[in-house]
Design a protein around this ligand. Structure first.
Ligand code: NAD
Ligand code: UDP
Length: 319
């Protein structure tokens, strides 16, 4: 049986990746220090002999016994609220954590895929963003801790490929949503749904004319799986190009939840990108991949998940 190590396994994307690799017949080692994740996301896997969980901080030396075919490095705070709260840990997991996992991949001769982000493009001056765009990031702004950590992650990954011949893959992930997002992680999808379900006003930051393009988690996982299995070493955007303003998105959530919430406006956080849409030409050509799940369908499934949470979870997350 092929063996894969997934870091950030108790998080949103990591837990869905664990499910997918188990379904594909792999032995999966999930690793996480639970700083922004939740064991509930993977507790259904604990009874399987093909799954093992290591409670470990990847910024510390990473050891895994035996052979290892693949590594997926997804450990990192991912929401602006999280990484603004723990900026130094965010820099460390992108830098020291990535270094440790590349070292492990070199030792075990594993292929490694690292999770990068559309944030490497910063507040982009090119639209839509393709992989050849170098980005517009403020290294000293509040979001710099995440953006620069991920830019370093890409740089050190390419250096290991070039210097040590390591088999590396880089996914530039655009806003992805779905079941198992944390209700209070501050990202716009759980924020708006949580507010609507609690009967609170929806908070738009800025004038709401900034755009995002939301990808459903099953599509994202498929893109990542294909990229890992491909032989392409340069970064590949994985996201859904269906772009929408945050104001229109808030209106969609109000309609979807069948509530009559009002929209209120709060200041736009510093360096919040004004426009974001992936150019996925490369993913289409190299991976034969494109998203299949519409926002309507994906948001319906996501709402069902949030509705299934307990009242306690819903209100605990409000503050
Ligand atoms: P998440 O917060 O749900 O999951 C991240 C997981 O990493 C958590 O379980 C957390 O506990 C764990 N973690 C953090 N630091 C760690 C450390 N030092 N050691 C071990 N585990 C650690 O976030 P997510 O949305 O699932 O994001 C996963 C990855 O995908 C991140 O690397 C993120 O940058 C990237 N990404 C996500 C999106 C998105 O839209 N979801 C977009 C771009 C990039
Ligand atoms: N946003 C908002 N209200 C919220 C949370 C987020 O208007 O309660 C905005 C945020 O300012 C950004 C967009 O929604 O313009 C997406 O934010 P998110 O944190 O989900 O992701 P990112 O900014 O990393 O793309």
């Amino acid at each position: 049986m092929k063996k894969v190590l997934i870091t950030g396994a108790a998080g949103f994307l990591g837990s869905h990746l664990c499910d997918r690799f188990i379904r594909e017949g792999f032995c999966v080692i999930g690793m996480d220090n639970l700083i922004t994740g939740d064991l509930k996301n993977i507790e259904h896997l604990f009874r399987l002999k093909e799954f093992e969980f290591y409670h470990h901080d990847v910024t510390k030396f990473v050891h895994v016994p035996g052979n290892l075919d693949y590594i997926l490095h997804f450990a990192s705070p991912a929401s602006p609220i999280d990484y603004l709260k723990i900026p130094i840990k965010t820099l460390k997991v992108g830098a020291l954590g990535t270094h440790n996992l590349l070292g492990l991949a070199k030792e075990k001769k594993s292929r490694i895929l690292v999770a990068s982000t559309s944030e490497v493009y910063g507040d982009p001056l090119v639209h839509p963003q393709n992989e050849d765009y170098y980005g517009n990031v403020s290294p000293v702004g509040p979001r710099g801790v995440y953006d620069e950590a991920k830019r370093f992650l890409e740089a050190i990954t390419m250096a290991y490929h070039r210097s040590h011949g390591l088999e590396t893959r880089i996914a530039r992930i655009f806003n992805t949503y779905g079941p198992r997002m944390r209700l209070n992680d501050g990202r716009v999808v759980p924020a708006f749904i949580g507010q609507a379900l609690r009967g609170e006003n929806l908070t738009i930051f800025g004038d709401g004319l900034q755009t995002r393009s939301f990808c459903y988690v099953d599509d994202q996982v498929e893109g990542i799986y294909r990229l890992l299995m491909s032989d392409y070493v340069y970064p590949v955007n994985i996201g859904n190009p269906d772009e929408i303003t945050i104001k229109e998105f808030a209106e969609e959530i109000i309609k979807l939840t069948d509530t009559e919430q009002k929209i209120i406006y709060k200041p736009l956080p510093k360096d919040d990108p004004l426009q974001r849409q992936p150019d996925i030409t490369r993913a289409k050509e190299i991976l034969g991949w494109e998203p299949k799940v519409s926002r309507k369908e994906g948001m319906k499934k996501t709402l069902e998940y949030f509705k299934s949470l307990s009242e306690e979870d819903l209100y605990k997350s409000a503050h």
